[in-house]
Design a protein around this ligand. Structure first.
Ligand SMILES: NC(=O)C1=CN([C@@H]2O[C@H](COP(=O)(O)OP(=O)(O)OC[C@H]3O[C@@H](n4cnc5c(N)ncnc54)[C@H](OP(=O)(O)O)[C@@H]3O)[C@@H](O)[C@H]2O)C=CC1
Ligand SMILES: CC(C)(CO)C(=O)C(=O)O
Length: 321
């Protein structure tokens, strides 16, 4: 088919499975997935998605692989939806499937996630996404998508490419997501949304993990919890602004109102910790702390949480090894 689009999805966990389902809905997409712990389940029985918004489906990708290298071909899009635990080790895994025309798409929490990919593939376009999809994989190959669903997408600009090329990749990939029936916003400067989401994740992911409480129980736990949460959010916004990412301080009120308007939640980091899996400490807290230090922005609250979470991660990584 002339306009067929060859897509590889790397990281078939809860969120990866959701986007695998969405992309597979488009009749233009020929989908390859790279799975790890759920490889046998998905290869043998397909990927089972149960979604409040989309209903129940079994997805059968064209190819289910254990590693990108097995593909023996390059792709139009390589979509990274793995946990950003050891981000700089991933580009070399992907090298066999990245050709001249490959566009990398990143759908992960965190900031700075794009950098190792830009370094490894300097002439490739990169699209960067923030996801507000809530999903979990209860057993290998069985994913539940809760009602929460939105994707923000934009270009991670590459000076080596002309803007029209990058825009055409953005338009095409956005059209594939739309064909799959998921809501999305195309953003002019996606770093704004990435940093806004990281303000959220620095707060709720860290605090729910360190306390093992849900968000609302944490906020009611003492007179100090709300002011500390607000201080933490403010520090991350200070860093973002110093990085020339124009975020307003009223985001703090917006995020507090948003969480209080929702049922209490834990976080993906809290789940990782409970399951004994390494957590995304570096892209969520590490980058803001490093940028803060580099640019002379005081981040004392953030530094304490980062230090504690790094220590817990040492334990989790030792258990996982
Ligand atoms: N779950 C959610 O509701 C939300 C998650 N996110 C973000 O989406 C991204 C994906 O999260 P989610 O799907 O929940 O995660 P899951 O834990 O469900 O799945 C993660 C996937 O990445 C693989 N993986 C784990 N570590 C590595 C690594 N070091 N290198 C390569 N692959 C790895 C896992 O392999 P294996 O099969 O071996 O475990 C699995 O396939 C994360 O950035 C997360 O923060 C954002 C919003 C909401
Ligand atoms: C699902 C959501 C939005 C909750 O904070 C999230 O991003 C996470 O848990 O990492």
């Amino acid at each position: 088919m002339a306009d067929q689009v060859n897509v590889m999805l790397y990281g078939l966990g809860a969120i990866g499975s959701f986007y695998a389902f969405i992309l597979n809905q488009s009749n233009r997409v020929r989908l390859t997935v790279v799975a790890r712990s759920n490889y046998e389940a998905v290869k043998n029985n397909g990927l089972h998605i149960s979604s409040i918004n989309h209903g129940d489906h079994v997805v059968r990708p064209a190819k289910v692989l254990k590693t990108p290298a097995e593909a023996g071909e390059t792709y139009d899009y390589v979509v990274c939806v793995h946990k950003a635990i050891d981000q700089s080790s991933v580009p070399k895994q992907l090298a066999p499937v990245v050709g001249e025309k490959t566009c990398i798409v990143i759908i992960q929490n965190g900031v700075g996630n794009e950098d190792p990919f830009r370094e490894a593939f300097p002439t490739s376009p990169i699209l960067s996404c923030v996801t507000w999809v809530g999903a979990k994989q209860d057993q290998p190959g069985f994913v539940k998508h809760q009602a929460s669903e939105n994707t923000q997408i934009g270009i991670f600009p590459n000076k080596k490419l002309d803007a029209a090329t990058e825009k055409s990749r953005l338009d095409e990939f956005a059209s594939l997501l739309r064909a799959g029936g998921t809501p999305l916003d195309v953003e002019a400067n996606i770093q704004v949304q990435r940093w806004e989401k990281v303000v959220w994740n620095c707060a709720w992911n860290s605090l729910t993990t360190l306390t093992m409480l849900d968000t609302h129980t944490w906020l009611k736990s003492s007179d100090d919890s709300m002011p500390m949460t607000r201080r933490l959010m403010r520090e991350v916004i200070d860093v973002a602004r110093k990085c020339s990412v124009p975020i307003q301080y009223n985001l703090i009120d917006t995020l507090i109102d948003r969480i209080l308007g929702m049922p209490p939640i834990g976080s993906s980091m809290q789940i990782d910790c409970k399951m004994g899996r390494p957590m995304e400490v570096d892209v969520i807290l590490g980058t803001p702390v490093r940028k803060g230090r580099e640019l002379g922005v005081p981040v004392p609250t953030l530094e304490v949480l980062y230090t504690l979470l790094q220590a817990i991660n040492v334990r989790l990584k030792a258990n996982a090894a």
